[in-house]
Design a protein around this ligand. Structure first.
Ligand code: NAD
Length: 285
């Protein structure tokens, strides 16, 4: 396994292992929603290290307070600004307020609509409660719509001709999940479809939209749930040609590429980061 070197990885020493800033996002202003979570925090750190100014948004203020300390600690040579804002992406007024805060920085260049939930009561067609369905769509789908809408308005307000919006979907939008989570799966399908259309509609303005499709990751949540149950773990790992789960830092690296001008001709993609999982024909050993 490579030295992934994220905050969940081996040691967090980005610098020592060649992660020093090359300024791939120098001068860009980015908003990251769900910034206190696994993928959001790793992306924040990478963005800071690559010269961006980052507005970290999350619904949880205590989690944000911890995350911003970690982000600063792991980005000692950052050249951009960093700020935090409590924001419920399901509320348009919250999203609008955060985006408008960036007017003082010169407007948004990169919007990472990453906040999302997979509720514990999400189940199959019969057992998913309607309120869980509605909550999931409100955060995972409307949240991405609001983030995209206000990013576009900001880009236009500041007369920008280049912008990158990255919306987090999931591999479950490409393949069904054997463990039912119908509201979540439907929401991520909506994110993918919405992102594709936004990409086409705004292409001539220079605004790119890409959907990120992560496979299940090696997050604390998942690992705690799997515990030391080797059989349960193996049942999942077998789906990965690599034989392992992904790490949040591996998603963050993909987001960095999509955010930067290096991906200037990448638009409307379902950007799959899954170690080949959705390409695998799995047979039990
Ligand atoms: P996470 O739970 O670690 O982080 C999500 C963050 O979003 C949390 O900090 C949470 O407080 C925040 N959040 C929740 N509701 C919010 C709201 N209404 N407004 C603003 N913030 C809110 O999860 P993660 O693994 O970092 O996932 C990030 C994204 O990636 C999600 O959209 C998730 O669906 C998607 N994803 C994750 C995996 C995985 O295995 N971790 C796989 C595929 C897709």
């Amino acid at each position: 396994m490579p030295d992934l070197n994220g905050t969940n990885g081996t040691n967090g020493h980005y610098e020592a292992n060649g992660f020093a800033s090359r300024g791939r996002l120098a001068g860009k202003n980015a908003i990251i929603t769900g910034a206190a979570g696994g993928i959001g925090l790793e992306t924040t750190i990478l963005f800071l290290r690559e010269g961006a100014s980052v507005m970290m948004c999350d619904i949880s203020e205590p989690a944000l307070a911890k995350a911003v300390i970690k982000a600063k600690d792991l980005s000692p040579h950052m050249t951009g600004k960093i700020a935090t804002a409590k924001c419920d992406v399901a509320k348009e007024s919250d999203v609008q307020a955060v985006v408008e805060q960036l007017d003082a920085w010169g407007g948004v260049d990169v919007m990472f609509n990453n906040a999302g939930i997979m509720h514990g009561d999400d189940a199959d067609a019969i057992d998913t409660p309607e309120k869980i369905w509605d909550l999931t769509q409100a955060i995972n789908v409307k949240g991405v719509w609001y983030g995209s809408k206000h990013a576009i308005l900001s880009l236009r307000r500041h007369h920008k001709t280049v912008g990158s919006i990255i919306n987090t979907a999931s591999v479950v939008a490409l393949v069904g999940s054997a463990t039912p989570q119908l509201a979540y799966t439907a929401s991520k399908g909506a994110v993918m479809a919405m992102t594709r259309e936004l990409a086409i509609v705004h292409a001539r303005e220079g605004y790119r939209f890409n959907a990120l499709c992560p496979a299940p990751l090696n997050t604390a949540l998942l690992q705690d749930w799997l515990g030391d149950d080797a059989e349960k773990r193996h049942r999942r790992e077998i789906h990965f040609p690599t034989g392992r789960f992904g790490e949040a830092i591996e998603l963050a690296q993909a987001v960095l590429f999509l955010a930067s001008d290096e991906s200037s001709f990448v638009n409307g993609t379902d950007f799959v980061v899954d170690g080949g999982m959705t390409r695998a024909y799995v047979t039990p050993e």
